[in-house]
Design a protein around this ligand. Structure first.
Ligand code: NAP
Length: 287
């Protein structure tokens, strides 16, 4: 298929690579053009200087940028994708954004005769590199049916969660689970260390029982060593918890732990850890 990919960051670059490897004709756009040129040199295809020029003959357009304002810029802004897309083309958004903008874009897509799916991902840089992402989708059954086989190039699991916005809402559930588990793990490791236990041995044993989690399996060892310069950035997590807390306010739902961990992440940012992995929550406890 003729595919355009907007945003070749940590996540978007490898996703676009998997699409090219699957045999699609891929045109890329990146705000910083050098990244697009490097991507084309490594993986073929072509690059374009604006979203509009990247998408005009595409059957499918994907985006993975930063936050709501960035997504609005590449879709509806000057030289944005939407006014240039062909009637009937599909827009898939992999950015983690608000459910509100997902709904706004679906309305704008509909006005132009386009299909759209909100499709945030989980699995991090490693999941993108290895083509093993979990993808949570919102949109019509018709749009999802077109999107699913394309996204299969880099997914381990793809779920259609409901109408437009449901993908983003599911991602918020995902982030709340991660925030709570990480704070629990940070406190547990700090406690174990203060008690004089061998943390490696502790984790080896309790990870075979009910305390096991993805975070324990993949982050406990580096947390114990104080290594955080990799993974999913605190700045992104604060964006995601902010979106989640806004949505909770709209829904009238109380999220005391989510709100508290959000503030703990603000502490980590103040300590200079904005780009560090989310497991750096433990730094607050080991100062
Ligand atoms: P990243 O490496 O910082 O890449 C962001 C990409 O978006 C870059 O290509 C950037 O272009 C582009 N961009 C940002 N603002 C833009 C704007 N206003 N106009 C045009 N392009 C713009 O970020 P990432 O880690 O790939 O994350 C992307 C999204 O995926 C975020 O919503 C994040 O929350 C989500 N996510 C990330 C992870 C993860 O582990 N990293 C996991 C799950 C979900 P430039 O190159 O010019 O800066």
């Amino acid at each position: 298929m003729r595919i355009s990919f907007l945003g070749l960051g940590i996540m978007g670059g490898p996703m676009a690579r998997h699409l090219a490897a699957a045999g699609h004709a891929v045109t890329v756009f990146n705000r910083t053009p050098a990244k697009a040129a490097a991507w084309v040199a490594a993986h073929g295809g072509q690059s374009a200087p604006t979203p509009a020029q990247a998408v005009h003959d595409a059957e499918i357009v994907l985006a993975c940028v930063g936050a709501d304002a960035d997504l609005r810029a590449v879709t509806l802004g000057p030289d944005g994708a939407f006014d240039a897309m062909a009637h009937g083309a599909l827009f898939i958004d992999h950015t983690t954004v608000s459910a509100e903008i997902a709904r706004e874009l679906a309305t704008e897509a509909d006005k132009r005769g386009l299909l759209s799916v909100d499709a945030p991902v989980s699995g991090g840089q490693a999941g993108a590199e290895n083509g093993q992402l979990t993808i949570m989708c919102g949109g019509t059954t018709e749009a999802f049916a077109v999107a699913e086989p394309v996204m299969a190039a880099y997914a381990r699991r793809i779920g259609h969660m409901g109408p437009t916005g449901s993908g983003q809402l599911t991602k918020m559930v995902n982030q709340l689970c991660i925030a709570g588990v990480l704070q629990g793990l940070a406190e547990a490791l700090s406690f174990g260390k203060a008690a004089g236990l061998d943390l490696g041995q502790v984790v080896d044993v309790i990870s075979k029982g009910a305390a096991q989690s993805w975070q324990m399996d993949n982050r406990a060892a580096t947390m114990a060593k104080g290594e955080f310069d990799f993974g999913f950035a605190v700045d992104w997590m604060r964006k995601d918890l902010g979106l989640t807390l806004d949505e909770a306010r709209r829904l009238g739902v109380s999220l005391p732990l989510g709100a508290l961990v959000d503030q703990f992440y603000a502490d980590v940012q103040a300590m200079g850890g904005g780009r560090q992995d989310t497991s750096s929550l433990i730094r607050r406890l080991t100062r």
